[in-house]
Write a protein that binds this ligand. Structure first.
Ligand SMILES: *[C@@H]1O[C@H](CO)[C@@H](O)[C@H](O)[C@H]1NC(C)=O
Ligand SMILES: *[C@@H]1O[C@H](CO)[C@@H](O)[C@H](O)[C@H]1NC(C)=O
Ligand SMILES: *[C@@H]1O[C@H](CO)[C@@H](O)[C@H](O)[C@H]1NC(C)=O
Length: 336
């Protein structure tokens, strides 16, 4: 059937087509840029995807584990095996079509020693069945391993500058993640996780770990009392935490959340590191000290129990290990 348009409609049609073409040409030459306010601490820009709010009461069973704390004082769930139904959690997030980003850093000898095992094990256990984008940051791109990814999973290899001191590498990580979220990650993922490379996945690390902001309880401090936490105690440091303050000791080997909240975290940590440097201070545990300060002020929405980052010692309250540290050959791997 032929559709006949009268001349007024034809004109309108031609005008609309021209307008569309012109806007396409305009957009292709002036791609939407980040609009940032000058105020340094308050970056304001639009994010591609909105938050997914979930009421955890529906899926989280805080009485399923009785020998461990399963909720924080501010009501955030602490994830332990048994407190959730893995199939239900996967199904929930698969239906939401979430895309999960993973950043990992490997500099110098850490590439050869750890990166391949980390990535191979992530393919087996990290967010299995979900869409994942890896952002692998290395100082020598030609040394990044070539891996066969499962469908729906892709890997980006990104070159970052070499630093010689490992303390600088760990602090630079905050800057690199921050920049990458701003330039790329925020357009591509719903949730982001940032990992240290010297660990391997050995069990399910799945959708139950997703939340707007996620912190990892440090396995060495789960049973420690607050005065044993290795927070920064110099009041002149931006990472300072007073003796009577603090909730948990968090591990910088794992943190995550929405791109916006991870961005806020890395930016706040970075600001603290820079302020300290200008005073000639370096916090006792570097970026981790600043991360602990950040999570004290901005309570995480979800905490991961040490099942999610275990240091290999057997312990009766660890019934399921999801990720474990690799042996840390610091003498061989670090230049200083
Ligand atoms: C929570 O877990 C406990 C212990 O496994 C079980 O008895 C209880 O029925 C569970 N509650 C819900 C709402 O599933
Ligand atoms: C990067 O790695 C390749 C392969 O191992 C090596 O030949 C090259 O020298 C390295 N480049 C630098 C700048 O270290
Ligand atoms: C982001 O960081 C700023 C500065 O610390 C803070 O005021 C703000 O509450 C943070 N935003 C969120 C959503 O956490």
């Amino acid at each position: 059937m032929q559709v006949r348009l009268d001349s007024r409609k034809q004109l309108l049609f031609i005008a609309l087509t021209c307008a569309t073409l012109l806007s396409l040409v305009y957009i292709s030459f002036n791609s939407p840029r980040l609009i940032m306010r000058a105020a340094k601490d308050k970056p304001e820009f639009k994010w591609r995807k909105s938050y997914i709010i979930t009421k955890y009461e529906n899926w989280f069973n805080d009485s399923a584990v009785t020998d461990q704390q399963t909720k924080t004082s501010w009501g955030a769930p602490i994830m332990w095996e048994g407190t959730f139904d893995p199939l239900e959690r996967d199904e929930f997030y698969i239906q939401k079509k979430v895309v999960i980003g993973l950043t990992v850093f490997a500099i110098g000898r850490y590439i050869d020693r750890y990166l391949k095992d980390f990535l191979v094990s992530a393919e087996q256990h990290f967010m299995k069945g979900l869409q994942v984008i890896y952002y692998v940051m290395v100082d020598n791109v030609s040394k990044a391993p070539e891996l066969q990814m499962s469908p729906g999973r892709t890997m980006n290899v990104i070159k970052v500058p070499k630093q010689s001191r490992w303390q600088d590498i760990s602090m630079m990580r905050m800057q690199q993640i921050n920049d990458l979220i701003q330039d790329k990650i925020r357009f591509e993922v719903t949730y982001l996780f940032c990992f240290d490379v010297d660990q391997v996945f050995v069990g399910r690390f799945g959708a139950e770990a997703l939340a707007d902001s996620v912190a990892q309880i440090h396995s060495a401090f789960l049973t420690a009392s607050r005065n044993q936490f290795t927070y920064e105690r110099n009041p002149n440091s931006a990472a300072y935490i007073a003796p009577e303050e603090g909730d948990f000791y968090y591990h910088a080997a794992v943190f995550g959340g929405t791109p916006y909240l991870v961005f806020n975290l890395t930016r706040n940590c970075l600001d603290g590191i820079i302020r300290d440097k200008s005073k000639g201070i370096e916090a006792v545990w570097h970026d981790e000290s600043h991360l602990n300060r950040y999570f004290l002020d901005h309570k995480p929405a979800k905490l991961l129990s040490p099942e999610y980052c275990w240091d290999r010692r057997p312990a009766k309250y660890i019934r399921y290990v999801r990720m474990k540290w690799m042996p840390k050959d610091y003498k061989k791997l670090r230049d200083n």
